[in-house]
Design a protein around this ligand. Structure first.
Ligand SMILES: [Zn+2]
Length: 309
């Protein structure tokens, strides 16, 4: 069961979710405002959380998206159809939606469930966006996602860092989609954030934290390691997407999982990009390691994950 929503500013709630759904925010108001909307596959749960919080989803005025990855925009289409709400996001993400481009937001690349929606407002770097009475500065932070933004409330020194900064873990870097400059871009984005005075960070995944500078330093160190040895990026992608895929499908057949992965864009592509060994040998290495570390276990004829979605 997800955690209870926490009121971080008057009327504005932070909703901590499990890994398949990004954390999100809701302004409880006669005209609710949402920041991100979870993963489509778990929409029922998201709807339940927002409704229990007292939001009338037919009255939503605005959804702000921090980027268009599937775990951040899952409720957009259904809420927009019900309420006719505005949806505001970075122009790049708006372009993906208008062009029906399902690769740039990674959906088709990683075989993720998602639905297009109608962007109605653009959020440029440096602009201010209002969540009810609360003003947030928009900071464009490409690297993890070309359309990624973070939101900064200067009076309270609160940062909604989305997938640009997590406390300890690090988001997937997909160079095949974001381009070879993604690591460099992420470094520049973190440098941009380093100048902010931040007392509290609400990340896209994981619990809130207050030691902003230490988290930044850890993220920079991670990127430096990626730069020094690109195969680390490859291992990181493969391991994270293995777990996410098993979580999303709930279970995968032991006999056919490898063949299924070979049908995706991402798996053969990632092996080709980062490794000289064959697909099967990389697959076997990851499966063996995950099994030994109890990240996955056998259930009948399937692999299931012990990581909670
Ligand atoms: Zn993301």
């Amino acid at each position: 069961m997800p955690h209870k929503p926490v009121e971080i500013l008057p009327g504005l709630f932070f909703i901590l979710r499990g890994y398949l759904n990004a954390n999100h925010f809701a302004l409880r108001s006669d005209r609710p405002v949402l920041v991100d909307t979870g993963y489509l596959g778990n929409w029922g749960q998201t709807e339940d959380i927002l409704t229990r919080l007292g939001l009338d989803l037919n009255r939503v005025a605005l959804i702000i998206n921090t980027h268009t990855h599937c775990d951040h925009v899952g409720g957009n289409d259904v809420i927009q159809k019900r309420s006719g709400c505005d949806i505001a996001l970075h122009p790049r993400g708006a372009g993906y939606m208008r062009n029906r481009d399902d690769r740039s937001p990674w959906w088709s690349y990683y075989h993720q469930e998602a639905a297009f929606f109608q962007p109605t407002q653009i959020l440029e770097d440096g602009q201010v966006v209002h969540v009810g009475p609360h003003a947030f500065e928009v900071i464009h932070t490409p690297g993890h996602a070309s359309d990624g933004i973070v939101l900064y409330n200067r009076p309270t020194r609160i940062l909604l860092s989305s997938d640009t900064l997590w406390e300890r873990d690090f988001p997937v870097m997909t160079l095949a989609v974001e381009g070879d400059g993604a690591i460099e871009n992420m470094m520049t984005s973190l440098a941009k954030l380093a100048g902010l005075a931040v007392d509290q960070v609400y990340p896209g995944h994981g619990a809130p934290f207050d030691d902003f500078q230490s988290a930044l330093q850890r993220a920079v160190t991670r990127l430096e390691r990626f730069q020094a040895d690109p195969s680390r990026v490859g291992w990181d992608v493969i391991k994270k997407i293995f777990v996410y895929t098993i979580m999303m499908k709930r279970r995968v057949a032991i006999d056919t999982f490898f063949d299924q992965l070979m049908q995706t864009d991402w798996f053969p592509d990632t092996v080709d990009r980062y490794f000289s060994s064959g697909y099967r040998s990389i697959y076997d290495q990851v499966i063996t390691e995950f099994h030994q570390r109890h990240i996955i276990k056998i259930n009948g004829h399937d692999w299931v994950t012990t990581v909670r979605p």
